[in-house]
Design a protein around this ligand. Structure first.
Ligand code: 3UK
Length: 516
């Protein structure tokens, strides 16, 4: 399938509405709050689109969604894209200063926010003159805000689809880099059906009878694709879970209760589930296939899951810049520990640092070419030129390909860490540590936990007058918790007398990685 197979004027609301003729009354979405049919979702998405229009939202404007996975996330998303506006799914795990940057960067004028997250937005609202309307998902009324259910209540359930070009922008996601601000990534309407067909249908083999469940939230494209777009593209249903993914018993409980057939998770999530003592109390027999992405799935973990559940894990590498997975294992063709083979529809190239193709079996810089890649980072010209090189997207990963054609992840070319499937910049953790009065210098690197998954470890040089102790280590970790999303905190603190540095004074994180 190619972009040119789609109508020139195409709107991604098709992913929802294609289900109306044949299965309007099928349950499209299961969640602990309520279940909804395709017709109910469509009606409510139309009401949301009308309500957005009533607030003056126009074609091409950004609408923010800062919400837990649930029906309102979905209806806001489709209501937004149907009127030609751009849906900005925001990570719910961040701090006020992160939201301030992203809302300013994307000029969000209407933000739909979960009641529990409203206090963070209220802290920064006065500094965001463009943000005019805050719509709260929840109960009761909040000063200066609209309440979602009342906001859409009297709106009509019909809405004409905006004539968007298939190359018009549909959504914006933020991804973080080593230094500097989060990078805004736009995807067009065509990307939704293309990724659904190329990977969801062709590789994973999703079918109408499936029911998906993802620990990766809808604000990640891993989650949007796997747990919303791909199942609905083939008429299947999804299960949405509003709670914290870190609590493995919640996740197992959801599978037990809602009986999904396909389960998406990051390697850390599989390791955490296997570590649950009462694992065998949960009925996981509904699963026919599991998917892992976000970081490499170690082969021993793959085998441990297979042994306990009998179910295969399909590991595939994707990135926000490409929307979804472009190298993947597939049912019946799995090499545990590898990322699999290129997904048909994508081309892969491994090069040396001069851009020449590497020899057989050698490690090279991963490039991908395909029709679902974004064109640039919003407002980041220089970084865009480094990443989007003509037809090729440079992912920042090191890979090699074995004699059988399987691709193996061999690290990254920057210092970024994938922790529980989410980016952590060592520089951000270091900056946070440096705000503590006892810290003179520090460096943060990835360190493998007992499941061989990477977590941040801090090497800290103390100022004179401070002595290393377990209490101080814990104090530094608590200090980080106050300044950053909890998943970014160092799990270990090691006090050292000095840090290894180059002649020019640059900290050599790779030497610390070896030491760790
Ligand atoms: C790393 C992997 C080894 C790799 C994502 C599936 O993770 C996703 O998007 P992000 O933008 O990060 C992209 C980077 O994460 N990575 C992802 N998957 C794997 N490394 N094995 C894997 N299977 O460094 C890549 O460049 O957060 C994953 C679908 C959609 C996504 N957005």
């Amino acid at each position: 399938m190619h972009a040119t197979d789609l109508p020139l004027y195409y709107n991604a609301v098709d992913i929802l509405e294609r289900n109306l003729p044949a299965r309007a009354d099928k349950v499209a979405l299961y969640s602990p709050q309520r279940e909804m049919t395709f017709r109910q979702i469509s009606d409510e998405a139309n009401q949301t689109g009308n309500a957005l229009k009533a607030l003056g939202v126009r074609f091409g404007e950004h609408v923010g969604i800062l919400a837990f996975d649930g029906p309102e996330w979905v209806t806001t998303f489709f209501g937004t894209v149907k009127i030609g506006a751009i849906a900005v799914g925001l990570n719910t795990l961040l701090k006020a200063h992160d939201y301030e940057y992203m809302l300013r960067d994307s000029r969000v004028r209407v933000l739909v926010v979960q009641q529990e997250l409203l206090p963070i937005i209220q802290q920064i609202r006065s500094r965001l003159p463009v943000l005019q309307h805050v719509v709260v998902i929840g109960t009761g009324s909040h000063e200066g805000c609209l309440t979602y259910s009342e906001w859409i209540q009297s709106q009509p359930t019909t809405l004409e689809t905006e004539q968007t070009h298939r190359d018009d922008i549909c959504s914006l996601n933020y991804s973080s880099g080593t230094t500097g601000e989060p990078k805004g990534i736009h995807h067009s309407h065509k990307v939704y059906p293309l990724t659904a067909q190329l990977w969801g249908a062709n590789v994973l083999g999703l079918r109408e009878s499936d029911r998906t469940f993802a620990v990766a939230k809808l604000f990640f494209t891993f989650g949007t694709g796997g747990n919303l777009i791909f199942p609905w593209y083939v008429g299947a249903s999804c299960v949405l879970f509003p709670g914290a993914p870190r609590v493995a018993t919640n996740v197992l409980g959801m599978i037990d209760r809602f009986k999904p057939t396909i389960f998406f998770n990051a390697p850390t999530g599989y390791a955490a589930a296997l570590a649950v003592k009462e694992f065998s109390n949960y009925d996981l027999s509904s699963l026919r296939l599991c998917v892992s992405a976000s970081e490499a799935m170690p082969a021993p973990l793959w085998h441990a899951w297979k042994e306990r559940t009998g179910v295969d894990i399909i590991d595939g590498i994707g990135c926000t810049e490409n929307f979804h997975i472009f190298i993947s294992n597939r049912p019946g063709d799995i090499q545990p520990g590898s990322s699999g083979k290129p997904v048909p529809g994508y081309e892969i190239k491994l090069t040396d640092d001069e851009g020449k193709p590497v020899g057989a079996g050698e490690i090279g810089n991963l490039h991908v070419r395909g029709e679902t890649a974004a064109l640039c980072y919003l407002h980041q010209h220089a970084q865009s030129l480094r990443t989007f090189r003509g037809e090729w997207l440079v992912t920042g990963d090191k890979y090699f390909v074995d004699a059988d054609g399987y691709y193996w992840h061999a690290g990254r070319s920057d210092d970024m860490l994938k922790v529980g499937g989410i980016w952590v910049s060592p520089v951000e953790v270091e900056s946070s540590l440096l705000k503590h009065a006892a810290v003179l210098e520090c460096a943060v690197v990835g360190h493998a936990d007992p499941s061989n998954l990477i977590k941040p470890k801090a090497f800290v040089v103390l100022k004179q007058g401070h002595t290393p102790s377990n209490e101080l280590a814990q104090e530094l970790i608590d200090h980080c918790l106050e300044h950053m999303g909890a998943y970014k905190r160092p799990r270990w603190v090691e006090f050292v007398a000095e840090l290894p540095k180059t002649a020019t004074g640059k900290i050599q994180r790779y030497r610390l990685r070896l030491a760790a």
